[in-house]
Design a protein around this ligand. Structure first.
Ligand SMILES: NC(=O)C1=CN([C@@H]2O[C@H](COP(=O)(O)OP(=O)(O)OC[C@H]3O[C@@H](n4cnc5c(N)ncnc54)[C@H](OP(=O)(O)O)[C@@H]3O)[C@@H](O)[C@H]2O)C=CC1
Ligand SMILES: O=C1O[C@H](COP(=O)(O)O)[C@@H](O)[C@H](O)[C@H]1O
Length: 501
């Protein structure tokens, strides 16, 4: 265990305990860790918010969001819920913080805790981060205590507001104490990128512009902003998932090998990679969903909580260049959209064409890393069709987790993995201040362009479609070569002719 790990007695305070994130993610993640025996031995969990709630009311709220893998987990739920209490109070006045301090000190005294250890989780709108931070520092951080503060995205709206937020938080908490959460960094397959890349000579040797011809990172959601339109309208898809989640994935995919797994070594390399990224404003496709073709699903503008003439971007695809020796000339595309035909997040790495020579027709290799759903890594490779045939077919080397690993493996949810890292004092999967700054430097000019007077045309795509119509052209422009029609099926079940040697 790391020497920074919290000890056996920890107070965990969830701010915004009455809210959406707390009930859907934070408390269920704490339960998941409790169920696996991965919380510190003895925890004191306190929910804090302005709403008047009793302990029992908060527990009831949380209960319906707990996930049970088996009956044994169900049996543990009550024990977990009994660890939770609730304190109601404002974020901007000391009253509630005094009550909090009292509750934590009482717990520490009862348990004869030598050094008080506290984790504060701010599941709050960003407008309240600084106020809550100031009050926590002033009223709930006694001398000698150890404190960690988890902050939720968004970390600002653009470069300026992000810098302001950093400036406000910096005098209150050190970088060591701050844990900026980007939950994509807790996803199993995102965490696997290091091992796949740096643990396989077969991949690390070809991880460059000599072998790779293009890369796409794609995020698709099969639902729109229903019910969250009010929140989304000022944000748009670029801030919502691209400036943070997809950029993090791109960084891990393209950074150089760190000297160790030490969090600072990892984050130093990430920042170095990020600094070489550039976005060309002319190489972007933006869209907004309209009604589904059969009229049963609403268009974005049908949501009463959004402005009637909103130009909010619900789909975007953008080309990114990486201006370093390893990646110069390789087109990278990030694409993300709401209200599409399926929910899926994947990385698609296309390799260069082999010399045709002996082959009449041969497809390119692709390595696909599916982050969700159903984690998988598969490599599309050419192989001879079995038997007397001399034809080639595009098939795959397949590592689909559900068929390779037994269901008994516990794959933590992203929030479970990250909260555990925080207990352990491991910052590697959290966003460092300089990393955040570079990401906003990269995205702010693009956001100004797509939200400004001279913004490009929004392409309207029907709810439930695969993508906006012009995506195919966009991908071709960005170096992606489509397989010949029908060249690939998964799994290959018919001996259809693909290409002749
Ligand atoms: N919900 C999600 O799925 C995700 C959320 N996030 C981020 O997590 C944070 C919390 O999100 P979420 O739970 O959805 O937010 P909520 O809008 O549900 O807010 C959480 C709680 O904060 C309090 N609150 C709300 N608005 C204000 C306000 N204007 N001033 C003071 N207090 C307020 C409310 O509690 P009370 O009134 O009782 O004090 C509310 O229950 C946000 O930063 C969000 O961006 C990140 C990823 C996903
Ligand atoms: O941060 C966010 O992420 C979710 C997608 O997360 P996932 O773990 O379900 O892939 C997205 O729906 C939401 O709009 C965004 O705020």
């Amino acid at each position: 265990m790391s020497s920074d790990a919290f000890g056996d007695h920890v107070s965990i305070v969830v701010f915004g305990a009455s809210g959406d994130l707390a009930k859907k993610k934070t408390f269920p993640a704490l339960f998941g860790l409790y169920n696996q025996g991965l919380l510190p031995k003895n925890v004191n969990i306190i929910g804090y918010a302005r709403s008047e709630l009793s302990n029992e009311e908060l527990r009831e709220r949380i209960k319906s969001f707990l996930k049970f893998k088996d009956d044994a987990a169900k049996l543990k739920a009550d024990g977990f819920l009994q660890l939770i209490s609730y304190i109601s109070g404002p974020y901007d006045k000391p009253d509630g913080y005094h009550k909090l301090e009292e509750a934590i000190s009482k717990y520490d005294q009862e348990n004869k805790v030598q050094q008080s250890e506290r984790l504060f989780y701010l599941a709050l709108p960003p407008s309240v981060f600084t106020t809550a931070g100031k009050n926590i520092k002033e009223h709930c951080y006694p001398e000698g205590a150890r404190l960690r503060l988890i902050v939720e995205k968004p970390f600002g709206h653009d470069l300026e507001s992000s810098r302001q937020l950093q400036k406000d938080l910096a005098p209150l908490f050190s970088e060591e104490e701050l844990y900026r959460i980007d939950h994509y960094l807790g996803k199993e397959m995102v965490k696997n990128l290091f091992v796949l890349r740096f643990g396989n000579a077969m991949l690390s040797g070809v991880w460059n512009n000599r072998h790779i011809s293009s890369v796409q990172i794609s995020f698709k959601e099969a639902f729109g902003t229903e019910g969250r339109g009010g929140y989304f309208d000022d944000i748009g898809i670029v801030r919502d998932v691209m400036q943070n989640h997809l950029l993090q994935v791109l960084t891990l995919l393209t950074m150089d090998r760190p000297v160790s797994f030490d969090p600072e070594a990892v984050r130093d390399e990430k920042v170095k990679a990020l600094k070489a990224f550039s976005i060309d404003n002319d190489n972007i496709l933006i869209g907004q969903y309209g009604k589904s073709e059969d009229g049963t699903k609403p268009g974005y503008l049908d949501d009463d909580t959004v402005k009637k003439d909103s130009k909010c971007v619900t789909y975007a695809a953008m080309g990114i260049n990486i201006n370093n020796e390893r990646w110069d000339g390789v087109p990278f595309v990030l694409r993300a959209g709401k209200a599409l035909d399926e929910s899926k997040v994947e990385i698609r790495i296309q390799f260069k064409q082999v010399a045709k020579g002996i082959f009449k027709e041969i497809q390119r290799n692709e390595l696909v890393i599916r982050i969700q759903p159903n984690e998988a890594v598969y490599m599309k490779i050419n192989s001879k069709i079995p038997g007397i045939s001399t034809e080639t077919s595009l098939t795959e080397l397949d590592l689909t987790y559900s068929s390779r690993y037994s269901k008994d493996f516990w794959i933590p949810e992203a929030y479970e993995a990250l909260i555990r890292d925080c207990f352990l004092g491991n910052h590697a999967n959290f966003v460092r201040d300089d990393e955040l700054d570079v990401s906003w430097q990269l995205f702010t000019p693009l956001l100004q362009y797509i939200e400004g007077e001279d913004r490009p045309e929004l392409e309207i795509y029907p709810y439930g479609s695969k993508s906006p119509k012009s995506l195919k052209k966009f991908l071709i422009k960005n170096g992606y070569v489509f397989d010949h029609e029908g060249a690939y099926q998964w799994p290959l079940t018919t001996p259809s002719v693909k290409g002749k040697i």
